[in-house]
Every structure is written in structure tokens, then in C-alpha cells.
Ligand binder design. Structure first.
Ligand code: SPV
Ligand code: MG
Length: 292
């Protein structure tokens, strides 16, 4: 099967820009809105997609459900989708099957994290942050790289050693092992409230392989500061968009309940016309002129 995805676009963007900025989406509408705001790529977030089913981000929904979510996002945007594939949905066999299906769906890249399946969300207080054996995870990265059909498909190895509290040395040595296994990028994740831990990792990183950061708990690390560190080629704002949506939904519901009507909320909502635009209604109307 020919792969006609956006992996080459993502690689081209990476070669042209110092820092790519991706934003987490839970569904296709989020993805469209993110594209309209002119970000570089979409992060199909496991937290977001799980949240769209209102279930915990704990390997509960299936690979097919994540695939369908990413496919629906990919269908409505031109920018590349990077899939957050958790632990790869099982062992290396599951990774092989996932890479085949996600790549065939036109997905540009995939992040796989070195935790045990089933995983817990990395930011969950008291969550099960159990790391996989290094060799086992390196096998998953090799499996992904051997499976991809397009040389441009991006395999990101995500290191969870800092999340699990195993320390800087473990994080650095794991990252180096995953580079040996063929990882295109290293996503180093941290849940520290300060950026010190991540900055220490970045400064100590001495491989050419680019780093990816997810500055959720350390928002002080702005793009400007990240650029000044060097070595980091991607930043992902993984969950801000759907967290903002949840807040807006809850607030408008409270207001409607309080006002016992919708007469006070007009300025808090996107006009229906804007929703139609995001859904591609203008294009559909053009098609109608041509074909109906
Ligand atoms: C996600 O967006 O699902 C991520 C990032 O994996 S985090 O929620 O911080 O683990
Ligand atoms: Mg995730």
C-alpha cells in the first residue's frame, strides 16, 4: 500500500524551523481550531481522546478508538498529526500493528512512552508510574522503525524516568539507549512545577537527536527560553485547549442554570456561523453549486 501521509511535511517543517509548536487535541473539531490558529502540528493526546470518552487516561480505550480519533483529526486538517500512542498498546507486536495502521491512516509520527502497559497519565497525583525494562522498550522502538514504510514517519521515544522519580541519570541513560534503538526524537517528560529538572536534562543531553518538551506543569519555560537552550526541536501544549473548553462549558452551564434561560450568555459563545465555518459548510455549499 502506498503511504500518502504528512510525514514528509513534518520532516520538512523540522528542517526549516528551529522549533515546531504542536497543540493537543481531543477530537477533529479541536484539531481544526488549532490549525486555524496556525500552529505547526496536532498532538492527538491520549489524555484528550480519553477525556472525550469521559474515561481515565489509563489505557482503557482501545488502539482502534485512538486510531479513529487520529484519523478523524487528520481528515480535517492539512498540518501533520503526531499521535500520542501511550506505551504502544501492549508489547512490540502491538507496536508493529499500530505503526502499520497509523501510518496507513496518514499520521505523520508517533510517540511511544517507556511505561508498563496499562499506563496511568503522567500528571496523575499518586498514579502508577511503572517503567518498562529498558531493553523491552528499546525493542518497541526498533520494531516501530523497522515497520514504518515511509522513511519520514517520525518515531518519538518518550522517557518517563523523571515522571517515575528514577532520577536524571536514569533518564539520560534511557534516552541514549532509545537513540541507539533508532528513535528520531526523545520526548523528555516532567511533572515538576519548576523547569529546573527539564533544563538540567536539556543541558546534559549530548546526542544530536532532537528533544521534545511538554511544558504543562512548568509554563515558565516559554518558547523563547526553549530556543535559547537549543537541542529542543518540538514543544507540545498537550492539554490547554480542551481544558479551556471544559472550563467554558462548565461556566456557561452554571450561568444558564442560574439565569433559568440563555438570555445572558450570547457573548460567551461562538456564533453558530463560526461553527458552520469550522465544519466546512462553505466548502460543502460550493460543492453543491457544482454537483447538485
Ligand atoms: C497527553 O497529552 O496525553 C500526554 C501528555 O501524554 S500528559 O498528559 O502530560 O501525560
Ligand atoms: Mg498521553
Amino acid at each position: 500500500m502506498t503511504i500518502s501521509g504528512k510525514a514528509p511535511n513534518l520532516r520538512r517543517l523540522m528542517s526549516e524551523r528551529d522549533l515546531l509548536v504542536g497543540v493537543g487535541a481531543r477530537d477533529a473539531l479541536d484539531a481544526r481550531i488549532i490549525q486555524c490558529a496556525e500552529f505547526d502540528f496536532i498532538w492527538s493526546s491520549s489524555l484528550g481522546v480519553s477525556a472525550s470518552y469521559a474515561v481515565p487516561d489509563a489505557s482503557l480505550i482501545s488502539m482502534s478508538q485512538y486510531l479513529e480519533a487520529a484519523r478523524s483529526m487528520n481528515e480535517v486538517v492539512d498540518i501533520p498529526i503526531v499521535v500520542d500512542a501511550d506505551t504502544g498498546y501492549g508489547n512490540a507486536n502491538n507496536v508493529i500493528y499500530a505503526v502499520k495502521l497509523f501510518e496507513e491512516a496518514g499520521i505523520a509520527g508517533m510517540s511511544i512512552e517507556d511505561k508498563k502497559f496499562p499506563k496511568d497519565n503522567s500528571l496523575l497525583a499518586g498514579g502508577r508510574q511503572e517503567l518498562a525494562a529498558v531493553d523491552e522498550f528499546a525493542g518497541k522502538i526498533r520494531a516501530a522503525k523497522d515497520t514504518q514504510k515511509s522513511p519520514d514517519f517520525l518515531v518519538i521515544a518518550r522517557v518517563e524516568a523523571l515522571i517515575a522519580g528514577w532520577g536524571m541519570g536514569e533518564a539520560l541513560s534511557r534516552a541514549a539507549r532509545y537513540v541507539e534503538a533508532g528513535a528520531d526524537c526523545i520526548l523528555i517528560h516532567s511533572k515538576s512545577q519548576s523547569s529546573d529538572e527539564i533544563v538540567e536534562f536539556v543541558k546534559a543531553w549530548d546526542c544530536k537527536t532532537p528533544l521534545v518538551l511538554v511544558p504543562t506543569t512548568y509554563p515558565d519555560l516559554t518558547e523563547e527560553k526553549i530556543l535559547s537552550l537549543g537541542k529542543v526541536r518540538m514543544v507540545i501544549y498537550a492539554n490547554q485547549v480542551f481544558r479551556a473548553a471544559v472550563k467554558a462549558e462548565e461556566e456557561i452551564l452554571m450561568e444558564i442554570k442560574k439565569a433559568r434561560g440563555t438570555h445572558t450568555v450570547a457573548d460567551r459563545m461562538a456564533p453558530v456561523k463560526h461553527l458552520f465555518e469550522l465544519q466546512g459548510v462553505p466548502k460543502m455549499k460550493e460543492q453543491e453549486k457544482k454537483y447538485l
